[in-house]
Design a binder for this molecule. Structure first.
Ligand code: ATP
Ligand code: MG
Length: 547
């Protein structure tokens, strides 16, 4: 994170709250007419990108620029790219003048909302910036594309005003916004705008590789598309986490790289502090920190078991705190638990959060005990059971927390655990004979991945005759990428499926037969498959008709 306006990072509310007098309307913006008369559905809660094709049209030409047709040498093929542009400028297919007029119309119609994006808003009674030039205007801070998306959201009542930044960072800025509920009461929202012109997303490679939801969408050469995918991923992950009952902002709407979510903060528009900045009353700090640590372990287990996710950037910076409750945020990089590196990320999350709580003086559990607690299949996933089982873990600890030797030993164990290689699948186990020997000698408990290999996980899958996901990467995979790009169904079906592990347990002959059957099924499917170019055309015509 580059900078945050203050530890609490409040955005500037556009109104004043007076005790017993509610919000002072005199400083509030007028309610847009479209909202005042709108029906209860005027604050839409839609899925990622659903039905919002109009803005894609506005930016259609720019998008085309992004994915140049490449020639055999890997350089853009100028002739083919030019030919592709021609229909846009001729009137063979679409009358160009009308197209551009309608885009212009849309832009100027939406631009009437310009005054509702006031990034330099200050609280009533607070001095304005000394240097006017320093003030962030929306034109300076937001590119045209982003402004158009925000105007459109204002037009639809998703938000009605966008205010100052809650946080400005390397990858995204988060702005405070207000909207009006059905009964016209004001609600606060947070708008996360991903930066599209950045290189730092390149660091995210490790989260993408192996992430099935990125299989067909990742185009590492195109920043804007990548960033859009990140925003989409955050939206989906938030939805999953929120519906699992874990405290986090509820995702409200997503358009390209702009995500609107619930605001986590008070009624005046002050965001809750990050856990790092939480100010606990001294007399109960010790007890509260311990309780928060236990709460977080429960959240991590629930996230893993119910949402099938590993946060992958969990720390005191990505947890907000309010009234003894932790809120999980910033989940764009979170991965499915069957991601090839999910366990490594989980171990990192455990270390980072453990370090933080240790600095607050909490007697934390050993990293490995936490890891096992989170990934152990079966067992509890609800509160207060989670809390109870963590307390049992404490009780069953052989050593006493105050024993210096025991604490030192725990540190050594933590270090060892952090260095250990964690295989995610049986394929990644590099010395399976040696490990099998260990199991034979009753030392299976020493394997880091013991919880994954337990008969609860591997055997029932095979018994059910299910094919492990990894196997589907056979020859047909490339041809099937179109189906896989249907992220929604892919994502949700994943949600209910168990972890796809264990094809090594299969008999060679069985494997051969299964592969043959899969191959045949795929080749049958291919026969019926509509050619890609026809499908595209069909989709284009139907979506044009809809408008
Ligand atoms: N829903 C929300 N309600 C209130 N505040 C929020 C919300 N979401 C984010 N914030 C604030 O914005 C900050 C940055 O958000 P987030 O962690 O999601 O962005 P980020 O991806 O870390 O951005 P960057 O990495 O570029 O700094 C948070 O620390 C928090 O203070
Ligand atoms: Mg963050």
């Amino acid at each position: 994170m580059e900078s945050t306006t203050s530890p609490v990072a409040p955005h500037e509310p556009p109104h004043v709250y007076r005790n017993n007098d509610g919000y002072d309307a005199s400083v509030e913006q007028e309610i847009p007419r479209s909202l005042a008369t709108a029906d209860p559905d005027s604050v839409p809660v839609t899925d990622a990108g659903a039905e919002d094709s109009d803005l894609d049209d506005i930016f259609e030409d720019d998008d085309d620029d992004d994915d140049d047709i490449l020639g055999p040498d890997g350089e853009p093929d100028l002739a083919r790219n030019y030919n592709r542009q021609v229909p846009l400028h001729s009137n063979q297919q679409r009358p160009a003048a009308n197209t551009f007029n309608s885009v212009d119309d849309q832009i100027s119609a939406l631009s009437k909302h310009a005054s509702k994006i006031r990034l330099d808003d200050v609280k009533d009674g607070q001095a304005r910036d000394k240097d006017k030039a320093d003030r962030a205007t929306s034109e300076q801070v937001l590119d045209q594309r982003t402004r158009m998306i925000l105007y459109q959201m204002i037009n639809r009542g998703v938000v009605s005003e966008v205010h100052g930044a809650i946080s400005t960072g390397k990858e995204a800025n988060v702005y405070g916004a207000v909207a009006y509920a059905d009964d016209l009461t004001k609600v606060h929202r947070a708008v996360k705008v991903y930066k599209t012109a950045i290189l730092s997303f390149k660091d995210r490679e490790r989260y993408i590789t192996g992430e099935h939801r990125f299989k067909s969408g990742a185009d590492k050469g195109n920043n804007r598309k990548m960033v859009k995918l990140w925003a989409e991923k955050e939206f989906r992950n938030l939805r999953r986490i929120h519906s699992a009952g874990i405290a986090c902002p509820e995702p409200i709407q997503l358009k390209l790289h702009v995500l609107v979510m619930d605001f986590l903060g008070d009624r005046r528009g002050w965001a809750y502090p990050r856990l790092r900045d939480a100010n606990l009353p001294a007399d109960e700090a010790e007890q509260t920190w311990s309780a928060l640590y236990i709460q977080l372990l429960g959240i991590m287990r629930r996230l893993y078991q119910v949402c099938k996710l590993v946060h992958a950037d969990l720390s005191e910076y990505n947890i907000l705190y309010h009234k003894k409750q932790l809120y999980i945020i910033d989940v764009s990089q979170s991965v499915e638990h069957d991601h090839p590196r999910s366990l490594e990320f989980l171990r990192m999350d455990i270390k980072n959060t453990g370090d933080f709580f240790r600095r607050q003086g909490v007697d934390t559990l050993a990293d490995r005990a936490v890891f096992d607690f989170i990934i152990a299949p079966g067992g509890v996933v609800e509160e207060p059971d989670l809390k109870e089982s963590i307390e049992q873990l404490y009780a069953s600890r052989a050593e006493s927390a105050t024993d210096e030797n025991a604490v030192a030993q725990r540190e050594v164990d933590n270090e060892v655990f952090r260095q250990q290689y964690i295989p995610q699948t049986l394929e990644q186990v590099y010395d399976i004979e040696k490990d099998a020997e260990k199991i034979g000698h009753g030392e299976g408990d020493k394997l880091v991945y013991r919880n994954l290999l337990a008969d609860q996980v591997v055997l029932p899958k095979i018994a059910n005759g299910q094919v492990s996901e990894g196997d589907q990467s056979d020859e047909g995979a490339a041809l099937d990428s179109e189906e896989e790009s249907d992220e929604e169904s892919d994502d949700e079906s994943k949600f209910s499926k168990g972890p796809p592990r264990g094809k090594r347990f299969e008999d060679k002959e069985d494997k051969k037969q299964r592969k043959q059957a899969t191959k045949e099924a795929k080749s049958e499917k291919r026969k019926e498959k509509m050619p890609k170019h026809l499908k595209k055309r069909l989709v284009a015509t139907t979506s044009r008709k809809k408008k």
